[in-house]
Design a protein around this ligand. Structure first.
Ligand code: ARG
Length: 465
């Protein structure tokens, strides 16, 4: 197979170079996008007087035929084709003869690949967004059932203050909602078309980058052709969003792993989303949650890898840039595998609300209530904190809980204390008292849930655009 660049070369490339240089092994999935961009380019060549009407018609027909054959698997790139662009040009020439060779005018693989990858990323960002909305809905569904279910809220993985499980699940949802917002504002920056940049300097042919951009769904063409063929910010930024999603999934995964352990016993995973052991028949393992935690490694790795590839690259195109594709594909592929599984796991897991309810007041998690009670009586928080701390120390000495301190004990700890303090030493009371927006009280959580559901609908609509 003759190379696109064969003109000035005397002999063919060494097999080792060919094997190294080829991207066809991984860029074939860009074929539909490459064809779409080719159709837009053909129309521009026609308007520039470089393709007659009938040539344009034959060209568009052939490109449609090629697209159908690619979709059906009847036309594929081979190892002899260096990359997706070479393979598709071969397909076009096979169909059109000489006319097929006209499409390359005013265009280079450099602006083509930058365009194809942007189109691919923008398309798949919507798929990622759709998967994220499903996960947020699953978290919201669980949260609704657990709006009044108390659990120990933790800092440092130690009991801190009582919270509701609904509140904790929605905390995870908030991160994924931010990821959705990131995708949509990333998309605004990615909506720029490199076609027309040519190899690097633009073109002497009367092309129309604005029309091409519009036809391909971009907002505008690039402002600088050198940037057009060199910029991979859009790929790195998308990999950052994927990494952030991965980090959020890993934190959710870790909590599910903890909650489903015998030591916690807060949640039971559905059989359909758990695995067994080949040797221990009693085992039920949280593999989905572990992969949610584990895959964050490769997601962050893909981002890091691309950033290092880009660092120090001189302008404009360098073959290093061919290394941009696999990390992008890998991150998007892995999230497409992972998110539906995590969503299924979240949807089907069953909480045992009694265990976390009983655990909620343990570890003196209501001590802050004593301090707040004293503050409401005019005691400075600094002193109130001291008194509440003395209550905890008293309980630890006697091996009792805060609500079990007797009247004499209270009086001995501080002149500010009296038995009416015990009214706040109740988990449900402490939760109900938290009424400020964003707090863990059932009313505030219900408001939060409504807002999450409204936000998710916005992102569902965005993902369908
Ligand atoms: N396969 C190449 C890539 O992925 C396409 C661009 C080739 N450009 C070039 N000047 N060799 O980046």
């Amino acid at each position: 197979m003759a190379k696109l660049w064969g003109g000035r070369f005397s002999g063919g490339p060494a097999a080792a170079l060919e094997a190294l240089n080829a991207s066809i092994g991984f860029d074939w999935r860009l074929a539909p996008y490459d064809i779409k961009a080719s159709k837009a380019h053909a129309r521009v060549l026609n308007r520039a007087g470089l393709l007659t009407e009938s040539e344009l018609e034959r060209m568009l027909d052939a490109l449609d035929g090629l697209a159908a054959d690619v979709a059906a698997g009847d036309f594929t790139g081979t190892v002899a084709d260096e990359d997706v662009h070479t393979a598709l040009e071969r397909g076009l020439v096979e169909r059109l003869g000489e006319l097929g060779g006209k499409l390359r005018a005013g265009r280079s693989r450099n602006d083509q690949i930058a365009t194809d990858l942007r189109l691919y990323c923008r398309d798949h960002a919507r798929g990622l967004a759709a998967d994220l909305t499903e996960l947020v809905k699953a978290l919201a569904g669980q949260a609704e059932r657990l709006i009044e279910a108390p659990a120990p809220g933790m800092t440092h993985l130690q009991h801190a203050q009582p919270i509701t499980l609904g509140h904790q699940l929605l905390a995870h949802a908030q991160g994924f909602l931010r990821d959705l917002e990131r995708l949509s504002d990333w998309d605004g920056r990615a909506a720029v078309s490199p076609l027309g940049s040519g190899a690097l300097s633009g073109s002497s042919l009367p092309l129309d980058p604005v029309a091409v951009a519009a036809e391909l769904g971009f907002d505008r063409p690039v402002a600088n052709s050198l940037d057009g063929v060199s910029d991979r910010d859009f790929a790195a930024e998308l990999l950052f969003v994927c990494s952030m999603v991965g980090v959020h999934l890993s934190r959710l995964g870790e909590e599910v792993i903890l909650w489903s352990s015998q030591e916690f016993g807060w949640v039971a995973l559905d059989d359909a989303f758990s695995t067994g052991s080949s040797i221990m028949p009693q085992k039920k393992n949280p593999d989905v949650a572990e992969l949610a935690r584990g895959k964050s490694g490769r997601l962050v790795g893909n981002l890091t890898g691309l950033l290092v590839t880009l660092k120090g690259l001189p302008f404009t195109y360098n073959k290093d840039l061919q290394e941009d594709k696999e990390p992008v594909f890998d991150s998007l592929d892995n999230l497409a595998l992972l998110l539906p599984a995590v969503t299924g796991m979240v949807e089907t897991m069953r909480f045992d609300t009694e265990v976390p309810r009983e655990a909620a007041p343990k570890g003196f998690s209501l001590a802050t209530e004593i301090a707040d009670w004293l503050v409401r009586k005019g005691v400075p928080f600094r002193d109130a904190h001291e008194v509440a701390g003395a209550c905890v120390a008293h309980c630890e000495r006697l091996g009792i809980e805060l609500h079990e301190i007797d009247d004499a004990g209270l009086a001995a700890i501080s002149e500010h204390l009296d038995p009416s303090v015990k009214q706040v030493l109740d988990v449900d009371g402490a939760l109900a008292a938290r009424t400020t927006p964003g707090s863990t009280g059932p009313k505030a959580v219900a408001d939060q849930l409504a807002a999450v559901r409204e936000a998710v609908e916005t992102w569902v609509r965005w993902s369908e655009r």
